[in-house]
Design a protein around this ligand. Structure first.
Ligand SMILES: NC(=O)c1ccc[n+]([C@@H]2O[C@H](COP(=O)([O-])OP(=O)(O)OC[C@H]3O[C@@H](n4cnc5c(N)ncnc54)[C@H](O)[C@@H]3O)[C@@H](O)[C@H]2O)c1
Length: 258
C-alpha cells in the first residue's frame, strides 16, 4: 500500500470489518473506523495500534448523508488524504416473506447497505480524483448474485452493490481509481451461529444439522473465516491488483462459482 496512506473502513467495530482494519494496518495504512458507536470500536483501535499504525474512531451512520459528510471532512482535516475506502457496514434486514416486509424495514436495509456505500463514495471521490489515486472495496455478498428466499431487502441491496460497483468502476477507472466488490459466503462467527440457531428452531433440526447442510453447499465443505475476506480486501488495495477493477469476487469456500 502507499506510504503514509489512510483507509476508512465502515462498520469496523467488529466482525469482518474489524479484520479488514487490522489487515490494512498490517499492510501499512492508518485506519479510520467509521461505525455507529465509538465505545464498541475500542477493541478495533487496540488491535490496529498493536500493528504500530494510527487508528481513529469516528461515530458515523452511513445511512445519513450529513453524518457521512462530517466524517469525511474530519478525516481530510486530520489526515490530509484518503487513499482507501472499504464500505463494509451492513445489516441483515428482516427474514420474512416479501408480503410481510414493512416499508420501513425495506428502506432501512437499503439505506445502510446500498445508500451507505453511495454516500461514502460521493464524499470521498472528489479527493481521490484530485490525487489521481483511489481504491474502493464494497463488501457485497454471494446473496448479491443468487436469490435467498425470505430476504428480499438484503438480497436486493447486495445485488445493487454489485451494480453500483461496476458502474462506478467504469466512471472513474481512467483516473486510477479502482472499485471492486467482495462477496463473502457464510462467515463463521457469532452472527452466523445465531442464524443457524434460529433456523434450527424453525425447522426442528439440530444446530449441527443446519450447519452441516450449509457446509455441504460449499466445494470445500466449510464456512469462511473473516480473515479470508480481509485478505482479499488487502490484496485489492495492494500494488498487485492494479489492473483489477469492476469485479465482484467471491470468498465462499466454493459455494458460488460465478
Ligand atoms: N457474516 C457473514 O456471513 C456475511 C456474509 C456475506 C456478506 N456479509 C457482509 O459483510 C459485512 C460485514 O458483516 P459482519 O458479519 O461482519 O456484520 P456485523 O453485524 O458483525 O458488523 C457490522 C458492523 O456494521 C456496523 N453498522 C451497522 N449499521 C451501520 C450504519 N448505519 N453506519 C455505520 N456502521 C453500521 C455495526 O455497528 C457493526 O459494527 C456486511 O456488509 C454484511 O452484509 C457478511
Amino acid at each position: 500500500m502507499r506510504p503514509e496512506s489512510t483507509a476508512i473502513v465502515t462498520g469496523g467495530a467488529r466482525g469482518i470489518g474489524q479484520s479488514i482494519c487490522v489487515e490494512l494496518a498490517r499492510r501499512g495504512a492508518s485506519v479510520v473506523v467509521a461505525d455507529l458507536d465509538s465505545e464498541e470500536m475500542a477493541e478495533t483501535k487496540e488491535l490496529v495500534e498493536e500493528t504500530g499504525q494510527r487508528c481513529e474512531l469516528v461515530e458515523t451512520d452511513v445511512a445519513s448523508s450529513e453524518s457521512v459528510q462530517k466524517t469525511v471532512e474530519w478525516v481530510l482535516e486530520e489526515f490530509g488524504s484518503i487513499e482507501y475506502l472499504v464500505n463494509n457496514a451492513g445489516i441483515a434486514g428482516p427474514t420474512a416473506p416479501c408480503e410481510e416486509v414493512s416499508t420501513e424495514e425495506w428502506e432501512q436495509t437499503l439505506a445502510v447497505n446500498l445508500k451507505g456505500p453511495f454516500q461514502m463514495c460521493r464524499e470521498v471521490l472528489p479527493h481521490m480524483r484530485a490525487e489521481s489515486f483511489g481504491r474502493i472495496v464494497n463488501i457485497a455478498s454471494v446473496t448479491g448474485k443468487r436469490p435467498l428466499p425470505n430476504r428480499t431487502p438484503y438480497a436486493t441491496s447486495k445485488m445493487g452493490v454489485i451494480g453500483f460497483t461496476r458502474t462506478l468502476a467504469a466512471e472513474v477507472g481512467e483516473e486510477n481509481i479502482n472499485v471492486n466488490a467482495v462477496c463473502p459466503g457464510s462467515v463463521d462467527g457469532p452472527r452466523i451461529r445465531r442464524v443457524f440457531e434460529r433456523q434450527a428452531d424453525e425447522t426442528g433440526q439440530t444446530y449441527e444439522e443446519v450447519r452441516a447442510e450449509v457446509e455441504r453447499e460449499a466445494a470445500r465443505g466449510e464456512l469462511v473465516d473473516r480473515e479470508d475476506v480481509a485478505g482479499l480486501v488487502g490484496f485489492l488495495c495492494s500494488e498487485q491488483s492494479e489492473r483489477i477493477t469492476g469485479q465482484d469476487i467471491n470468498v465462499s469456500a466454493g459455494k458460488v462459482m460465478y
